[in-house]
Design a protein around this ligand. Structure first.
Ligand SMILES: C[S@@+](CC[C@H](N)C(=O)[O-])C[C@H]1O[C@@H](n2cnc3c(N)ncnc32)[C@H](O)[C@@H]1O
Length: 451
């Protein structure tokens, strides 16, 4: 198929990245911002051997599930992919995606429960990372256009906590006022790279991190004063140093220029301290539902010895410790482990321990030493579990495994391996942590098969 060719298509499905999928003579075309059921005129912009990419030229007949997207940057900005799809339909597609992955990749036929969505799926995110650049003589801060490193300027985001918009605009005015240089990815020159903002939904505490390609942020005292005037909950302003040519947002070194090196938030009855490098689930309302489900599946009693692999700042572990005899958390980010230990103290929970290290290394060591938890809870990053981790889990022989995943494909791959090693998938619960995006979270209960 020729590039720039115009074709008429009916969109049949959504891809795992949230693009519409249509076929032209059996040849799949991925079309950003196209929704299933749309009849479209599409320009073919790129073709590969087995598929191509298109751009909407004209909506001939919109899908009955189309809604007007709230955000005028939708379709340009890569932050959201499905905002023009009715929320109920977004949920149906996410549930279907989990089912398809589990059946196709995992070869598992366990029924998938109805996805748990949000009642009000807006302003749910507690964290944003904005790349900052220059377009002409305008400071642009926002999100990358999907599949590129072009920054789409944002002044209002409908999925984030509203305070995040305020912080971004203070930062923009500060950069303009002091004429501070902005990082250019091509040349590696320019000072300011990224703005990271974290907000505590219950405490309303705010942490601001400015990532710079240099040693010193000029006028930092002025920035703090400007932020304090507009953000009453400001508890921390940090500078992070990243001088590498890399897509990784933050470097390892952080200096506090105002307040503390953490913010605090609460989930249910527990209080958590979160430092700049530590992971904290981005949708607090759904996190409570996610953890409730994980604990319901774990079905813990005070007799149970639990392992929480990829434990972050100890959130799941501390909920689990209230029901279990003992919990051991494993996490590779040292700052997160430090937070987890302090979080146990703050919440006066004593039956939990944390180990810093890569799960691949720590799990093998504990398995070889004969460590045998009754329940393993595992919540890896998108790439899923390393095979050595799965192997160590099996050697530890827990009666139940609760797998929390943000990627149905790697989840299904790992479940298949665990099924082959003596575990059965008992329950599968998708949860929508990321409305208007293509991402979906899933919690799975596996139990050891009788020998
Ligand atoms: C999806 S988060 C889950 C964190 C936590 N369970 C929660 O709900 O907040 C995954 C965590 O795994 C950690 N991690 C990534 N790779 C790791 C590895 N190889 N070994 C141990 N932890 C790792 C990350 O730092 C992150 O905290």
């Amino acid at each position: 198929m020729r590039n720039d060719k115009l074709v008429k298509v009916i969109v049949e499905d959504l891809s795992h990245l949230g693009e519409g999928v249509a076929k032209v003579d059996g040849f799949p075309i991925f079309i950003p911002a196209a929704m299933p059921g749309d009849e479209l005129e599409v320009e073919i912009v790129k073709t590969k051997k087995n598929f191509g990419f298109g751009r909407i030229k004209n909506i001939i007949n919109p899908s009955s599930t189309r809604v007007h997207p709230r955000c005028d940057k939708f379709g340009i900005c890569g932050g959201c992919q499905t905002m023009s799809l009715a929320y109920e339909t977004q949920l149906e597609f996410k549930e279907k995606r989990v089912k398809d992955s589990i059946q196709r990749i995992g070869k598992i036929n366990t029924p998938v429960s109805t996805i748990i969505g949000m009642e009000d799926p807006w302003n749910y995110r507690n964290k944003a990372q904005f790349p900052i650049g220059i377009n002409g003589n305008r400071v642009v801060m926002g999100f990358y256009r999907q599949g590129t490193h072009d920054i789409v300027n944002s002044t209002k985001c409908y999925i984030q906590h509203p305070t995040i918009d305020k912080v971004r605009e203070v930062m923009r005015a500060f950069i303009v006022e002091h004429n501070i240089s902005l990082y250019d990815e091509d040349t590696g020159k320019g000072l300011i790279r990224h703005l990271v903002v974290k907000v505590g939904f219950t405490t309303e505490e705010v942490m601001v991190i400015l990532v710079i390609n240099g040693e010193k942020l000029p006028h930092e005292g002025h920035l703090v004063e400007n932020l304090k005037q507009v953000i009453p909950g400001l508890v921390s302003v940090c500078v992070n140093y990243n001088k590498k040519k890399t897509n990784v947002v933050m470097g390892s070194r952080v200096d506090v220029v105002y307040g503390s090196n953490y913010l605090t938030d609460r989930l249910d009855q527990l209080t958590f301290r979160i430092s700049p490098h530590a992971f904290f689930q981005v949708n607090p309302e759904q996190t409570i539902k996610l953890y409730d489900k994980a604990l319901e599946f774990a079905c813990l009693s005070k007799k149970d010895n639990v392992m929480d692999i990829y434990c972050g700042i100890g959130t799941i572990s501390l909920f689990a410790a209230q029901k279990a005899g003992k919990v051991l958390g494993i996490e590779s980010v040292e700052a997160a482990v430090k937070d987890a230990k302090i979080n146990a103290e703050i919440n006066n929970i004593k039956n939990v321990e944390y180990v810093a290290g890569k799960a691949e290394v720590v799990m093998s060591k504990y398995a070889s030493a004969g460590y045998a938890p009754d329940v393993i809870i595992v919540d890896p990053p998108r790439k899923g579990c390393d095979e050595t981790v799965l192997e160590a889990m099996v050697r530890m022989n827990p009666s139940r495994i609760v797998y929390v995943s943000c990627n149905p494909a790697t989840l299904a791959r790992d479940l298949k391996i665990l099924e082959e090693q003596g575990y059965k998938t008992v329950k599968i619960q998708p949860i929508d942590m990321f409305p208007h995006s293509a991402h979906v979270e899933t919690v799975v209960l596996m139990s050891r098969k009788a020998k």
